[in-house]
Design a protein around this ligand. Structure first.
Ligand SMILES: [Zn+2]
Ligand SMILES: [Zn+2]
Length: 269
């Protein structure tokens, strides 16, 4: 398969995007220039009347995130636009529910924002094996939500690069990983292949975080029959389009168009 979609893209509507150029108009122009056929916008979301939001999430409610519809340019250059969101799961609270998932073309749910201390990750969970165990517990839980289209960056914990290689080894040794992959495959919930898995591909040296570490996990997921989607998780315009640099990894994994979530497949393929 040829990578032709990026369905994890933030815009200015996300509080953590600080690039004034990160607008739907600029993103769709760049998508057309690069030959991308499908773009999915996924700003951070916590629905206003669902309990448990942090102060950071609270202003990023459905009214805020859905402003994107009025920001879409008339000229979309034949790029297919999907309006999604990246909500949140804390282990006890979820930022979206089935009724509100209907507002969106698709829903990404993350389970690994482990930088959000005492919100997503309890502070006593520290080591690679502790965080790996938490990841598997949370992955299993987010796969219970039937309205979820895909899991955002399931196999990397945010800002925990110093334990990444070790955590991947932990995951691969766990029976729980196989159970989660079987569950994702059965429920046809897509697993994200994100730029964030591959620091070396994007020019960053890291002694504890190697591009190769996640590959056996992704291979195992493919063998389990999982669906996938590709993602830049771009917050800045210069990061949008980097999804195409992952093509050699897609080839290495022998991914076929059928391995991509049906919603995100190339309509022309
Ligand atoms: Zn995320
Ligand atoms: Zn994101």
């Amino acid at each position: 398969m040829r990578i032709s979609h990026d369905v994890h893209v933030h815009t200015n509507l996300s509080s953590c995007s600080r690039d004034p150029e990160q607008t739907p108009t600029n993103i769709l122009q760049k998508a057309a220039d690069l030959g991308l056929r499908t773009v999915g916008f996924t700003d951070h979301l916590w629905v206003s009347d669902l309990p448990g939001a942090s102060n950071w999430y609270r202003p990023q409610d459905e009214n805020h995130v859905l402003q994107i519809r009025s920001q879409l340019p008339a000229e979309q250059h034949s790029v297919r636009v999907l309006i999604g969101c990246e909500s949140e799961f804390t282990g006890t609270a979820c930022g979206i529910d089935a009724a509100r998932a209907e507002y969106f073309d698709f829903v990404l749910l993350p389970c690994t924002h482990f930088n959000l201390l005492n919100f997503v990750r309890p502070e006593h969970i520290v080591t690679a094996s502790e965080q790996g165990a938490l990841l598997l517990e949370r992955l299993d839980q987010v796969l219970d939500y039937d309205f979820v289209t895909g899991i955002a960056h399931p196999f990397v914990a945010a800002h925990q690069g110093h334990i990444h290689d070790e955590m991947c080894r932990f995951l691969l040794q766990s029976d729980q990983l196989s159970r989660c992959l079987d569950k994702a495959a059965e429920k046809r919930i897509s697993l994200e292949i994100t730029k964030g898995y591959f620091p070396q591909l994007f020019g960053k040296e890291d002694a504890q975080f190697h591009d190769e570490s996640v590959m056996p996990i992704l291979e195992k997921a493919r063998r389990a029959g999982c669906l996938f989607h590709f993602a830049s998780d771009a917050h800045e315009l210069r990061d949008f389009g980097t999804v195409l640099q992952m093509q050699p990894l897609a080839d290495q994994l022998c991914l076929r168009e059928e391995d991509i979530h049906p919603l995100f497949r190339d309509p022309a393929a």
